[in-house]
Every structure is written in C-alpha cells, then in structure tokens.
Ligand binder design. Sequence first.
Ligand SMILES: NC(=O)c1ccc[n+]([C@@H]2O[C@H](COP(=O)([O-])OP(=O)(O)OC[C@H]3O[C@@H](n4cnc5c(N)ncnc54)[C@H](O)[C@@H]3O)[C@@H](O)[C@H]2O)c1
Length: 343
Amino acid sequence: MSLPTKQQLAIGVIGTGGMGTRHAINLHRFVPGARVAAVYDLDGGRAAQAAAQSGGGVVFTDPLELIQDPSIEAVLIAAPDDIHARLTLACLEAGKPVLCEKPLATVVPDALAVVEAEVRIGSRLVSVGFMRRFDPEHVAVRTLGHSGAIGAPLLFKGVHRNASAAFGVTGATILINSAGHDIDSARWMLGSEVAEVRVLGRRSRPDLHADTRDLLVVELGFASGALAVVEVYVNAAYGYEVSAELVCQSGAAMTQQPDRALVRAAAHRGFPVPSDWLSRFQEAYVLELMDWVAAVREGRVFTGASAWDGLVTLLVTGACIQSLEGGAVVPLSLPTRPTLYGA
Ligand SMILES: NC(=O)c1ccc[n+]([C@@H]2O[C@H](COP(=O)([O-])OP(=O)(O)OC[C@H]3O[C@@H](n4cnc5c(N)ncnc54)[C@H](O)[C@@H]3O)[C@@H](O)[C@H]2O)c1
C-alpha cells in the first residue's frame, strides 16, 4: 500500500542521463515515501522521457526554478560534475535537502563554498552519492574490519575497472570522476584521514592519445598509520568490476562481486561480469535512496557521505593530481573538521 501523494516526499531530479534516470526510476519503483515530482535536463526530451518512466512528474525548463518551487521538498542532482556545487549551493539557499551525485565539485574552492554555506546554516542538508557505503558487500567488509574480530585494519586494497573510457581521458579526470569513489571507500573503511599520497599513471595502449593515463595506481598513507593501494583502470575491456579488501592484523575480508547466476556456455563455466556500475551497484543505489528519503522525512542525518566527505575527497584528489604530474609523494594536511560533521 503506498502513501497518499501529499504524504510522499516531493523530489526534483536535475540531470536525467544514465544516472539521473536510474535514480528517478528507482525512487518511483522502490523507495517508499517518495515521488519524483519534477525533473530537469538540458535536453528537454530526456527529461520528458525520465518523467514518463518515473510517475509523470512536471518537466521544468530551468533548474533554479525547480529548486525554488515551493512544492519541491528535496532535490537530487545527477547533472555533469562541473555544475554540482553551483546547484547544491542553490538548494542550500532555498533551504532544501539535496542528494548530490559525486563528485561534490570538480575544484576545491567550490566544494569548500558548499561546506561553508552548510556550516553557516547550521544544518546538514547536503548528502553526497558515494553509494559504495550502501553496497551490502562493502558494508560486510567494513563491519568485520571494525568489529575487532580480525584485529585493527592495516591496509585497504581496491580495484576499480571500467570497460572503456572516452578517448583522450586524462589522469586528472579519472582521479576526479572515478577514483573519488575509491578515496571515499578507503577513508570510510579505514576510519582515518589521508596524510600522504602517491600516484603513478600509464597509458595502456599506444593507439590512445599520448596524454592518456588510463591506468593509475593510487597509494595513500593514513594518519592512523594504515595504508591503501588502489588500481583504477578505465579501459579494462572485459567489463566493470570493483573490489575492496581490508587487510587487518589477524585476518582479511574482501568484497565478492554479487554473482546472480553460474552460467555454462560455449565450453566455459563461470560468472558473468557486469558491463557497468548501474547493474553492479543497483542494490546500493536503492538502499542509498531509501536511507536519504527516510533521513529527510524523519529529520535525521543521512548515514552516507556528507558535504565534508565530498570536500575531503576532493582535497585528496587534488594531492593525487599533483603527485601524478610530479611523480612525488605529496603530504596532505586537512582543515579542521567543523563540529557540524561530528567527531
Ligand atoms: N555514483 C555513481 O556510481 C555514479 C555513476 C555514474 C555517474 N555518476 C555521476 O552522475 C552524474 C551524471 O552522470 P551520467 O552517467 O548520468 O552522465 P550522462 O552523460 O549519462 O548524463 C548527464 C546528463 O546531464 C545533462 N546535462 C548536461 N548539462 C546539464 C545542465 N547544465 N543541467 C542539467 N543537466 C545537464 C545531459 O543532457 C545528460 O542527460 C555525473 O556527475 C557522474 O559523475 C555517479
């Protein structure tokens, strides 16, 4: 039995490409207490299509009008990376809760402006879409690592592979757009802050643009003494895979790709590899939305990533870009965490 429309949180979705459309459909089909009341995309046809697939919300022609419309109670941003901070700030100005897709911004000053605005308001309105924090496999690894049953966490090992990337993709773009997930994952799994970084990058094939760095190895040293090593390879060809392992003092725990079926075909027996994040992390996206909607409705804090996590990820990313360009270990000292974001 669903709630009457008036009791459902009225959400406006900005950006209805692959990710935004998936969020809109997930909200419509799987999230109790929410409805997609409005959508906006620069491409009006896409917005109309997403609205039709998610309950028939109003199609806006201006994102600021959507944010300011009194009937819209919360906003989900899945527009391109470089306008996330601007739209998030507009939501804060309107006093509306917002789930912003990662990254919170593409440059540190923009992310800092969001944190400063939120601290000024004194209320946690901003959530950031690092959905691995809701992936049951990642949660299981973190829970075991933090239980003490296998000792303290020493090392995070991540693998992040995409089937293919746009031609000419630079190391900096990969660090901002993809590796941010891994940086957030390592901080969240290890429960500590990054103190130093080193990044090496290679071009995987000679036919790629000379500046391409599509294979990165990211090394992070944490204030706790723990370490992280992450492979980010965006032209892995065979499919999309993410894994995270936590090596502790007396044991280790590792995520398993959720395997839906054992397939026997063409003289092989094995498990299919997903082609992209939308299928691998579907459960995490739904759990993330369920928690966000429940948090807004109950007036509590979202259990996922905050604006502070978005800012810190970007500061670490900036140090990673510096290291990739200069080849050195880059030390990092973070600003003091505002009390709004807890201990
Ligand atoms: N959390 C995750 O796992 C995850 C996965 C994929 C993408 N993302 C993030 O989601 C966002 C969208 O990615 P995507 O894969 O859907 O990209 P996409 O290219 O499929 O879609 C982007 C959409 O934004 C629209 N757009 C362009 N300029 C706009 C503007 N000024 N205002 C509003 N809409 C505009 C485009 O028309 C397009 O429909 C990105 O920030 C990306 O980093 C997150």
